[in-house]
Design a protein around this ligand. Structure first.
Ligand SMILES: NC(=O)c1ccc[n+]([C@@H]2O[C@H](COP(=O)([O-])OP(=O)(O)OC[C@H]3O[C@@H](n4cnc5c(N)ncnc54)[C@H](OP(=O)(O)O)[C@@H]3O)[C@@H](O)[C@H]2O)c1
Length: 335
């Protein structure tokens, strides 16, 4: 049996499909035969700008879903044949990167998916849950026990990571406020958002603040799932109206470098689930997410746009993602 992978042979080069060995799991790892892959903005950004990669060839890709083929000696939660979704630690080693047929994933960054869930749906989960989970629990300090009171602002409820944040924040008990294009308003309400606003409206800040005050809800926590083109400054304006609070970003912005008075600004990093926030990540993926998928309280989100052609089409998916998506994630089914 062989493994096939979509590699970047050299900085900024187009992807090529090559044959490479099927890796063997370390004690805490599982070997997954991927059945669906999803792309993220970081994939095309790394390719286009040659970011973060220390040596080439390299393999990108974080979001995978498939079946467990083999488990490492210390693995207790998974067995051969389990249907799983996993966050591939693509910056570690090529064997741990997603865009290939067989990938090694950390046990603590993997979750079983229900029989009724397709692999394509499963591939929507890992980056969204990791990025937003780190933001909400590690950066913003929300207790994992649930039962929270008050409001929580998610900037961009229809994006991949924002739609995950809407669901996690709602599950923790918050009244979720979010923004999206009007065509996605009904959808983000199905994810648990209570109040939805159009981010293109110039009065969006006063609309959010007025709605929260009329409902008697304080907005002291915000998560900017976009962090571009002034979105973070807009979130800061909302928090200011409630005397300040905490804002977590997905990208570096001027607000991160120069935190405004009364607003504590930090930035999430999805990889932390397999690094310095391992214990939290294991709880999130092995316990919380698995239960939430089974009881239906967390749904794979946002929508799916299928890109046919398997590994040979990963480049096409990255090119499409670079042009922009709306309320959809690009998913590549594998045979
Ligand atoms: N720090 C980390 O570890 C980490 C991890 C993952 C992602 N990221 C970053 O987080 C960002 C989002 O990633 P993603 O995968 O969630 O993106 P995505 O799903 O590809 O984003 C597309 C969505 O962005 C929304 N959008 C665009 N401009 C907006 C604005 N001004 N206000 C509100 N929504 C806006 C659109 O909403 P509508 O359809 O409603 O118009 C669209 O649905 C990217 O920059 C990515 O690189 C960081």
């Amino acid at each position: 049996m062989a493994n096939h992978a979509a590699i970047i042979p050299s900085p900024k080069a187009q992807l090529e499909v090559i044959t490479r060995p099927i890796p063997t799991p370390a004690p805490h790892q599982i070997l997954i035969r991927n059945r669906a892959l999803a792309t993220n903005p970081v994939d095309w950004k790394i390719q286009e700008l040659d970011l973060m990669i220390k040596s080439y060839p390299t393999i990108l890709g974080t979001d995978v879903a498939g079946t467990v083929e083999e488990v490492g000696a210390s693995v207790t939660r998974f067995q051969k044949g389990d249907r799983v979704a996993a966050f591939a630690m693509f910056l570690s080693q090529m064997d741990e990167a997603g865009f290939q047929e067989y990938v090694l994933a950390n046990e603590g960054c993997s979750t079983k998916i229900p029989q009724s869930m397709s692999f394509e749906e499963g591939s929507l989960l890992p980056m969204a849950v990791a990025t937003s989970g780190v933001a909400i629990f590690a950066n913003l300090g929300v207790p994992t026990s649930g039962g929270q009171k008050g409001g929580f602002l998610v900037w961009s409820g229809a994006s991949s990571v924002g739609s995950g944040a809407v669901q996690i924040a709602a599950a923790m008990g918050f009244d979720v406020f979010t923004v999206a294009s009007p065509r996605h308003h009904a959808y983000v309400k199905t994810l648990g958002a209570k109040f939805v606003f159009d981010y293109s409206n110039p009065d969006v800040v006063s609309e959010i603040v007025t709605a929260a005050k009329e409902a008697g809800i304080e907005l002291k926590l915000a998560y900017d799932a976009i962090s571009e083109n002034g979105t973070s400054a807009t979130c800061v304006q909302v928090l200011h109206q409630f005397g300040g609070g905490k804002l977590c970003l997905t990208l570096s912005t001027p607000e991160e470098a120069e935190p405004p008075e009364n607003v504590e600004v930090s930035r999430t990093l999805a990889n932390r689930i397999g690094m310095d926030w391992k214990e939290g990540g294991t709880w999130l993926f092995n316990d919380w997410l698995e239960k939430a998928l089974l009881d239906g309280s967390y749904k794979p989100s946002p929508g799916i746009q299928i890109v046919e052609g398997g590994l040979a089409s990963v480049q096409k998916a990255l090119d499409l993602h670079r042009k922009g998506v709306s309320g959809k994630k690009l998913v590549l089914p594998l045979e």
